[in-house]
Write a protein that binds this ligand. Sequence first.
Ligand code: CTP
Length: 407
Amino acid sequence: METIPLLKDKRVVLGVTGGIAAYKACTLASHLTQAGALVDAVMTEAATRFVAPLTLEALTGRPVYTSMWETSQRGLPTHIAHVGLGHAADLLVIAPATANTMAKLAHGVADNLLSTLALAARCPLLLAPAMDVGMWSHAATQANVAILQGRGAHLAGPARGRMASGLEGEGRLLEPDRILGHIRWVLGRGGSLSGRRVVVSAGPTREPLDPVRFLSNPSSGRQGFALAQAALDRGAEVSIVAGPTDLPTPVGARRVDVTRAAEMQRGVLEACAKADVLLMAAAVANYRPADVASQKVEKGQEGLVVRLARTTDVLAAVAERRAETDCPSVVVGFAAETEDLIENARGKLEAKDLDLIVANDVTAPDAGFGVRTNRVMLLDQDGGVEELPLMSKAAVAEAVLERTVAL
Ligand code: CTP
């Protein structure tokens, strides 16, 4: 896992309470640490029955706190843990959060280190509940959740699924990567794009030939989804218009799934109606089969000739709309090229009325379609060309968003 700029050097207090899902807190602690956060784990006594403090200490590289009184034994003033930890934190996340701990937090009970520091802390609170179905649905728990949410606490989950008891239902801890998404969402509020609406198009389109065949391209949607996440990290309100892809929706984003280029156009124009920024990363088909067979085309002895018709250009439609409404005010396009990269990209920047174009050479095996890395050039309207080295698609997204914020 690579560094996440939003999380770099952020102080995250990770409260771990006593439930079988506590083992998943280890993965969360590890991912947060790898992403660059400074993770102070605080465990309840019950949590230590499920996971050894040493495990979290090894994963975070920092001391783990398990008791109100223990800190004095380490030669630290006692107030450091229960007040200082909470005061210094950018976020308090409790994962898993048991019904018991949520009840304490809802009613201001401070009878262990975690509940005490939760009362003292003034940072955002994120709760990832995990408990038996009956405990979660109990009126007492639901009332406590309502109290906590009413006070501004954020809830991540619980998920529905199989419980350790063998029962099915709501009460499972959300998977660590989804909790991480919620953490990013909470920490991103108030960022450089807060109050801004960002539309991202991502993935391929599919143009049907008959009910079981289509024309498409190898776009995975990864670059677009990474852009959406980078915009969320900056506090934006994000809509993704996604062609066919299995990628999970980043936490906090609205998603509209589309298949054909015409649907992509409708989805993008609708989402753009009140947007500030459009990041047009989708690999939209330029051609579609002119006639779609209503039944499966059976093979014949001869070759098959398929006549193609042009699809409409989504960015051209956006440019038309923009001329009338000034909306969206920033449009970023993408150019996937196999030759004359800069020249072709500059032509598209001008022809499509873009503020910035992200150009990549899709012939390179480590860049462009279907891989996790990318090597791009950013071309702007003032003639500027910035060549970025090979990097992850998340890092490319960060660079594009930095430029977008400046625009
Ligand atoms: N695009 C679009 N509508 C289309 C096709 C592409 O809005 N019907 C957008 C893409 O999302 C991308 C940019 O236009 O942001 C790419 O420009 P385009 O000229 O379509 O590039 P190519 O698809 O590579 O086209 P060409 O074959 O002409 O190079």
